[in-house]
Ligand binder design. Structure first.
Ligand code: ATP
Ligand code: MG
Length: 628
């Protein structure tokens, strides 16, 4: 039987200046989550804090939440969308952490508690800090440099636009529905901030419309209540702006209703002013709006060219079989020393067909047969490398294409250092341009669908936090339903483990209560979801991946909070088992308790013909042809 845990108040709620002063006068270390009324306190941090509190069980450690808007002392923190945690020792500021960086929060709590104890017990001097980001802002009015997660938020080589779900649609309770429709149409939502704009913000934002007759009305309307500000992109779309404008429809709702009845404005707008959604007109405007709402992104990612908004670039690197066999670690070390981070990696065995597809443009060259021979002679390692200007820098690091040239002219280059046996093709590849980099990355790391589940124990206590982490990590949830597994279903679901000593317990555990079943979609989703979950055993997770879901939420190796398919075939099989025959590339649906029964025969056929060695989904067509 699952016991319902009592929800003891972990955090003191500070809601005015008086309470603020009172809280600060208490002894020990106080960790305050400073939050904004429109986004609420950080739920993700709560479980981490609870875990730390339980482990340390120390009365000198206290947690609090404080709303910036209602406490004078927090004036400087108003309007910041990034979570901010202030650490006070004996009422004085001793540390600041921005962003939900679990390992950093944990370390800061432990270190500061220790330091505070030294102050209290040994009379050491307390090290007081000033919040530097705020000082900088005061002096130069420059935005706070973002510290975490930004790199992930905006992968490069894609275009972005700002979209706003306006106050009318939000007030009518349509925000969630619109967000679903946006995702359903294949747009990715990279950020979603709920925000009530002030009149002066609206004035600034719409300055290009200042001359218009209805400007005052526009200001009133846009500042009348919360809106959702989104950053949107679309994979496979060079420029997301026209796609987005097409999707929202004409500005005038009446025109939209007659000409584009399926557009968002036709469906949710009521008149020209109250037209439910906003989209940037062009790249330049998008870039300006992005900077307006998300200034920290601007600082870190916007290149000097005003019209281009890009995060650190990505490039594809390949390590070919001969070098991979003996010198993989050495190459990886060189990559890291050169300052690239590895966003994704995958070891694969390519078929001749796949090599042909990858090297389409080279098929008729006289070196092609040798290239193909080399590329199919063993596993290769594909890497998505991230760094500002990654494409060019990685090519520089590689050196000349021809090995003899590399050896003679650039002996320090990677191709010269990692030389293959005589006459062979160079052993390292790099994309030739940002556009081809994205294409090549997409070839090796296509969008995948995986099956994820929140297991019965975690449903009670951690469901919201887990959902937040899933969205924060950029997964699209394409299917979702709550399911009570019957004993037979649980047995089938985990049939791979039949006969193992924990099998019966596992089945019993999975049937204890409802599970939340989901299909998650993302580049490299199977592996990415497994990394977010962390190792099966929470004790291992706590050391190997302290920020992972199982590190934070699993109770034991059995009751480990979440499930994820272990490979692409497994994912396909389990998605079909739970959701039936669905077309994941086209539709998103919320299913109740029945199994959904959408199309398609193509999918079933593909699923049957998928085979383990073709580790690259998206190439099924080729493998099918291969067989025939
Ligand atoms: P899952 O398949 O649930 O995503 P996993 O792939 O990390 O997890 P598996 O090896 O497939 O781990 O095990 C399936 C589940 O069986 C685990 O999630 C856990 O609930 C349970 N389990 C695995 N090993 C043990 C064990 N040694 N003792 C008890 N339960 C275990
Ligand atoms: Mg498993």
């Amino acid at each position: 039987m699952a016991s319902k845990k009592k929800d003891i108040a972990l955090q003191i709620i500070i809601s005015n200046q008086e309470q603020w002063e009172e809280s600060l006068s208490s002894k020990g270390l106080l960790v305050v989550d400073v939050y904004q009324a429109w986004c609420g306190p950080c739920k993700t941090a709560v479980s981490l804090f609870r875990k730390i509190k339980n482990e340390l069980g120390d009365d000198l450690l206290q947690f609090a939440v404080a709303e910036a808007d209602s406490i004078d002392a927090l004036e400087k923190y108003r309007g910041k969308c990034e979570p901010t945690f202030l650490f006070f020792g004996g009422g004085e500021l001793v540390a600041v952490v921005r962003g939900v960086n679990a390992p950093l929060l944990q370390k800061t709590i432990i270190d500061q508690l220790e330091a505070e104890k030294n102050v209290l017990n040994q009379g050491l001097e307390r090290k007081v800090v000033k919040d530097e980001a705020l000082l900088v802002e005061e002096e130069e009015t420059s935005p706070i440099p973002a510290q975490v997660e930004d790199d992930e938020l905006l992968p490069s080589g894609k275009s972005y636009t700002v979209a706003i779900i306006k106050p009318d649609a939000v007030a009518h309770g349509k925000a969630d529905e619109i967000i679903m429709k946006i995702q359903e149409a294949g747009f990715e939502i990279l950020a979603n901030e709920e925000k009530t704009m002030t009149e002066s913000e609206v004035r600034d934002f719409y300055q290009h419309r200042a001359g218009e007759e209805k400007f005052q009305e526009l200001i009133q309307f846009m500042s009348s209540g919360p809106c959702h500000v989104l950053i949107i992109s679309k994979s496979g779309e060079e420029d997301v702006i026209p796609a987005w404008r097409e999707f929202i429809g004409p500005t005038d709702v009446e025109v939209a209703k007659t000409e584009k009845p399926e557009s968002l404005r036709a469906q949710y707008g009521t008149e020209i002013l109250y037209n439910a959604v906003h989209g940037s007109n062009d790249t330049e405007q998008a870039s300006r709006e992005l900077a307006f709402f998300f200034p920290t992104f601007k600082q870190q990612h916007q290149h000097t060219d005003e019209s281009v908004f890009m995060s650190p670039e990505r490039t594809l690197a390949l390590i070919r079989p001969e070098v991979l066999r003996g010198r993989k670690d050495e190459v990886l070390q060189c990559i890291q020393e050169a300052g690239f981070s590895i966003a994704m990696q995958k070891e694969v065995m390519l078929s001749e067909q796949q090599v042909k597809e990858f090297y389409q443009e080279h098929v008729n060259e006289d070196y092609y047969p040798a290239l193909q021979q080399q590329m199919t002679s063993g596993p290769i390692l594909a890497l998505a490398l991230v760094k500002d200007n990654a494409v060019k820098l990685w090519r520089n690091a590689l050196g000349p294409t021809k090995i003899t040239e590399a050896i003679n002219e650039a002996p320090d280059s990677l191709r010269a250092r990692f030389t293959p046996s005589e006459g062979a093709i160079n052993q390292l590849h790099g994309s030739s341009s940002p556009v081809s980099a994205e294409k090549e990355i997409n070839f090796f790391f296509p969008v995948e669908h995986t099956l994820a589940a929140i297991k019965p124990d975690a449903m009670e206590e951690h469901r919201d936090e887990i959902m937040e982490r899933i969205q924060g990590a950029g997964f699209t949830i394409s299917q979702i339903k709550e399911t009570n597994l019957s004993q037979e279903m649980a047995e089938e679901f985990y049939k791979e483990h039949k006969g193992k000593p924990f099998y019966e317990q596992l089945v019993e555990y999975m049937c204890r209560g409802p599970c939340l079943m989901m299909t998650l979609s993302k580049e490299n989703a199977v592996q990415e979801w497994r990394s977010l979950m962390g190792p099966t055993d929470p004790t291992e997770a706590q050391t190997a991946a302290p920020d992972s879901l199982r590190s934070l939420f699993a109770k034991s190796i059995l009751e480990n909070a979440v499930h994820g398919a272990s490979n692409i075939n497994h994912a396909t099989e389990k998605i079909q088992f739970i959701f039936g025959d669905i077309d994941l590339d086209g539709h998103i649906s919320w299913t109740s308790n029945e199994t959904s029964t959408q199309n398609t025969t193509k999918d079933i056929q593909q699923n049957e013909e998928r085979n383990e060695t073709t580790a690259l989904p998206g190439n099924e067509e080729e493998s099918v042809q291969d067989d025939s």
